[in-house]
Every structure is written in structure tokens, then in C-alpha cells.
Design a protein around this ligand. Structure first.
Ligand code: PRP
Ligand code: URA
Length: 212
């Protein structure tokens, strides 16, 4: 589907579309929501890594030496708490050697402004690619805040994986962090008066943890 954002990669795949249809459903249980979030995150990771460089190496097969390739840079996954945590398992299923940093941000629901409350990153986080994960890119305030924290820690190779993005959020990140590539499974229509994504999937944190 064509769109106007130079920073956006809309990941189109029948399996992702299939799972997205269930995760959007209001009657999907917490248990299924969590599973789907993790599964879609894994499928998105597969697409993100298409761009990663590999280093040639040699391996010893049971029969002879053979040329091979490996990803050798240290990779860091950074979920935005809480909902981003639900994507971490899926990413780690494909990249089990990755380090995991954490950034805690909650949106003040009356102003939609991000409030940061926790940051823990590997001390050498800037040594390799960093993948920020958060299922929802609504106003973009939370992701922009998290990306500023990562830039403050020296990171330059940054990507964001989300599930559902709004045009407003993508535009906000293009203005605030133009070099950061966003991977999303869906670019939805708009934000509503409460700054929720429409059609969206509701409150991702509450649906992941059953706290609605
Ligand atoms: C949700 C979501 C994003 C943020 C998106 O988190 O997981 O972090 O809102 O909104 P924004 O783009 O307008 O900033 P929330 O603040 O509800 O916290 P939670 O995950 O702890 O529920
Ligand atoms: N946070 C969510 O979880 N969902 C939205 O639609 C907007 C912000």
C-alpha cells in the first residue's frame, strides 16, 4: 500500500495480516492477545533483519570447512514498558543472543504527554544496532521520548518496530528523528479525540496484561 512517509516500512505479509486481524478483535482474550503480539513481533523481526550486515566466516561441518556468514555486531532490543515487553519474547525467539534494555514510559491520559519513569540500558548500547519495540505509535510522544534517551546514550543505529501506527505518530518521528526507520504492520486512519489510534486495537498495555 503506498504511503507518503520516507521513514516508514509497512511490512506486508499474509501471516502478519492474518494475526493482526485477530489481535484487533475486541473479544480476543488476554492470553491470545499476548501470544499474537509476540508472534507478530517475531515475523516483523525477520523483515527488519533483511537489512543487517553479515560478516564472512568459516565453519567446520562434519565433512569439511565451509564458508558461512554471521551477524557479529552486538544487537540490543529495547522494549518500551509496559506493552513493548509483550513483543520482546518474539524478537528474542529469532535473536536469542540480543541484549535487552528497558525504558519505562507511560502516557498521561489527560494530556497524552509521555512520562518517563525507568531506563536501564547496556553500558555499551551504542556499539551496535538498537531496535526499539512498542506496539502502538499514536501521537509518537512515547517513541520520540525513548529515541531521545537512546540518542542521549550515544546510539546512532536505531530502528522502531510497532504493530499499529497513526499518520500523526509517523509524522512526529519523521520530524523529531528523521533517520530512524519505522517498521509497522499497519498504518491506521487517524487519532481520535482521546489520542487513540482508529481503528487501532485499543489499549495495548491493558490488553496485554488484563488490566482494563
Ligand atoms: C501506550 C503504548 C505506547 C504509547 C503510545 O503505552 O504502548 O507506549 O501508549 O502513545 P503515544 O504514541 O501517544 O505516546 P501507555 O502509555 O498506555 O503505557 P502502558 O504500556 O504502561 O499501558
Ligand atoms: N496507546 C495504546 O495502547 N493505544 C492507542 O491507540 C494509543 C495509545
Amino acid at each position: 500500500m503506498p504511503h507518503r512517509f520516507s521513514n516508514l516500512c509497512l511490512v506486508r505479509h499474509p501471516l502478519i495480516a492474518h494475526k493482526l486481524s485477530f489481535i484487533r478483535e475486541r473479544h480476543t482474550t488476554t492470553r491470545d492477545f499476548r501470544r499474537l503480539l509476540s508472534e507478530i513481533a517475531a515475523l516483523m523481526t525477520y523483515e527488519v533483519f533483511r537489512e543487517f550486515a553479515t560478516t564472512p566466516c568459516e565453519v567446520e561441518t562434519p565433512l569439511e570447512r565451509a564458508a558461512a556468514e554471521r551477524i557479529t555486531t552486538p544487537i540490543t532490543i529495547v522494549p518500551v514498558l509496559r506493552a513493548g515487553l509483550g513483543m520482546t519474547r518474539g524478537v528474542l525467539d529469532l535473536v536469542p543472543e540480543a541484549r535487552v534494555g528497558h525504558i519505562g514510559i507511560r502516557r498521561d491520559e489527560s494530556t497524552a504527554m509521555p512520562i518517563g519513569y525507568y531506563t536501564k540500558l547496556p553500558s555499551d548500547v551504542s556499539c551496535g544496532p538498537v531496535i526499539l519495540v512498542d506496539p502502538m505509535l499514536a501521537t509518537g510522544g512515547s517513541s520520540s521520548h525513548a529515541l531521545s534517551i537512546l540518542r542521549g546514550a550515544g546510539c546512532t543505529d536505531l530502528r522502531l518496530i510497532c504493530l499499529v501506527a497513526s499518520p500523526e505518530g509517523v509524522g512526529r518521528l519523521l520530524a523529531d528523528h528523521p533517520t530512524v526507520r519505522i517498521y509497522t504492520a499497519a498504518l491506521d486512519r487517524e487519532l481520535d479525540a482521546n489520542k487513540y489510534i482508529r481503528p487501532g486495537l485499543g489499549d495495548a498495555g491493558d490488553r496485554t496484561y488484563g488490566t482494563a
